[in-house]
Design a protein around this ligand. Structure first.
Ligand code: GLN
Length: 501
């Protein structure tokens, strides 16, 4: 590894961490290389809402000093990371991609951020996202869209498009995302990166601004399965500050990624999550990956999850219902934006004017949908029914996991679409998450990893691996095996090809 910035930004986090630990390169050098890359390309990509350059360099200096004095360093010490702007970080603006939080500086760190700091990682800044994590393209950010580094006219996925684009553009070697219905996995799929939604309760939600509390989960974003595993091991684990946090040992994801052996493993192909509605190029790469897994010694079986057909409908009742309640706290009184506070309006009017001006169209749409679904007279017919469907989906998973150790599907039906193509068509936008949503509803875990480029448009295709609750290690076992097989035949997917940048 040379110390040239162009070389440093292309290294895996694992390699950077080892080099920093050995004293081959300093954290300051690595951090400066990434800050320079951000300065060079982020005008075009717009992955970041906030770059905390000064604080990053300060942390990097401290890590280098700590190493110099021979003290023990954390895992991934000195390695830079980008954080989705939905997690609080003390003193740094947290907007959730919304005008309504403009100017708000949280007085505390989320647990995820606190754990990154405890592991001596260097936080580069906050990444762009769809407003309050509602969307699949990052076009619903109040601060303008993020562009996909593979083709700047295309979307990087959403809601965590900023984190995924930062990785694909080599602006950061690691990032944090959050996934309520696919917001880590879908951006990973369309940017050729790796993203993991951990088991619900596996990573603390303390300081994660809530979209739908029963679905939200933060997780690792990376350019390789091993890098994701290392980051997973840093952020996961019990937190008494989150009442839904699981008090049990974290599955050994790093050991699983190292083992990378699928011999004798049963892999279930979910019938309902491929075929109609999926692009031929996506299906072609998916099928090839399945054959590779078989070649590696896995046993592939077909499984059926008939209730998955109702997942999207149930999700778009449960999510808006919870969101309408969670977002009630943004009323112009406590955080960020306040409109009409000139003495001529009542408190109610100020609240209403602030919400009118502060929320975008998609957020308003979901608040109205959710309020309606929860209203008396409609509650049983909508919210109540959706909760029953949720139970059926969990039962489908249980039945499938009796036949297979992991399940697989394409992560998304299509590759990255053009900016503007679906932004005015909510249903078309929602359909991007058709394969990712069942996992959130059931609370188990899943990974998306790149399996090549679609022959039709030369854009990345993602494969999704799903595992039972608290069996996150299986994602890494299978993901790592598949990744190394693919890397053997195609070379590193991302390194040589990032057009336009
Ligand atoms: N795209 C989905 C939605 O709009 C998922 C969002 C998410 O996971 N945060 O709700």
């Amino acid at each position: 590894m040379t110390h040239a910035a162009a070389d440093l930004i292309r290294q895996p986090a694992r390699v950077l961490a080892a080099a920093i630990c050995e004293g081959e390169v300093s954290s300051v050098e690595v951090t400066k290389a990434h800050l320079a890359r951000i300065a060079e390309v982020d005008g075009q990509v717009h992955a970041f809402l906030q770059v905390t350059a000064e604080a990053a360099l300060e942390t990097a200096h401290l890590v280098d000093e700590k190493r110099g004095s021979g003290r023990k360093l954390g895992v991934l010490a000195g390695v830079p990371i980008a954080v989705k702007d939905v997690l609080t970080m003390r003193g740094v603006p947290t907007t959730c991609g919304s005008r309504i939080l403009e100017g708000w500086r949280p007085p505390y760190d989320s647990t995820v951020v606190a754990r990154l700091r405890a592991a001596d990682m260097v936080i580069l800044g906050k990444t762009n996202m769809d407003e309050f994590a509602m969307g699949s393209s990052t076009e619903h950010s109040a601060y303008g869209p993020t562009h996909n580094p593979w083709d700047l006219d295309r979307i990087p996925g959403g809601s965590g498009g900023g984190s995924a684009a930062a990785l694909a553009a080599f602006e950061a070697p690691l990032a944090i995302g959050t996934d309520t219905g696919g917001s880590i996995r879908q951006p990973a799929a369309v940017t050729g990166t790796v993203g993991v939604k951990p088991t619900y309760g596996g990573v603390s939600r303390y300081g994660l601004v809530a979209l739908a509390s029963s679905l939200d989960q933060a997780g690792p974003c990376a350019r390789s399965v091993m890098d994701a595993a290392l980051l997973h091991s840093v952020i996961a684990g019990y937190d008494p500050r989150d009442s839904t946090s699981i008090d049990a040992p974290v599955p050994d994801v790093v050991a699983a990624a190292t083992r990378a052996d699928v011999r004798g493993l049963r892999i279930g192909l979910v019938k309902e999550l491929s075929g109609e509605g999926y692009q031929p190029g996506v299906l072609q790469r998916f099928t090839e990956a399945v054959e590779i897994l078989q070649g590696l010694g896995a046993e592939v079986v077909e499984v059926s999850c008939p209730n998955f057909d109702y997942a999207l409908g149930a999700y778009y009742l449960i999510l808006p219902s919870e969101a309408s309640s969670n977002l009630a706290r943004f009323d112009g009184m406590r955080y960020g934006l306040r409109v009409g506070d000139d003495g001529s309006n009542s408190v109610e009017q100020v609240m209403s004017l602030s919400r009118e001006a502060g929320f975008g169209a998609e957020v308003k749409r979901r608040i109205m949908l959710g309020t309606y679904a929860l209203s008396s007279g409609y509650y049983d017919a909508y919210y109540g029914q959706a909760q029953k469907v949720r139970t059926l989906i969990t039962r489908d998973f249980n039945a499938a996991f009796a036949k297979a150790d992991v399940l697989i599907s394409p992560t998304t039906p299509t590759t990255a679409f053009k900016i503007g193509e679906k932004v005015d068509d909510p249903l078309a936008m929602y359909l991007n998450d058709i394969a990712t949503i069942p996992v959130n509803l059931a609370g188990n875990c899943a990974m998306s990893l790149p399996v090549g480029l679609s022959p039709a448009d030369h854009l990345p295709v993602g494969l999704q691996i799903m595992a039972p609750p608290m069996a996150d290690d299986r994602l890494y076992l299978v993901g790592s095996a598949l990744e190394s097989a693919l890397t053997d035949s195609w070379g590193h997917l991302l390194i040589e090809e990032v057009p336009n940048l």
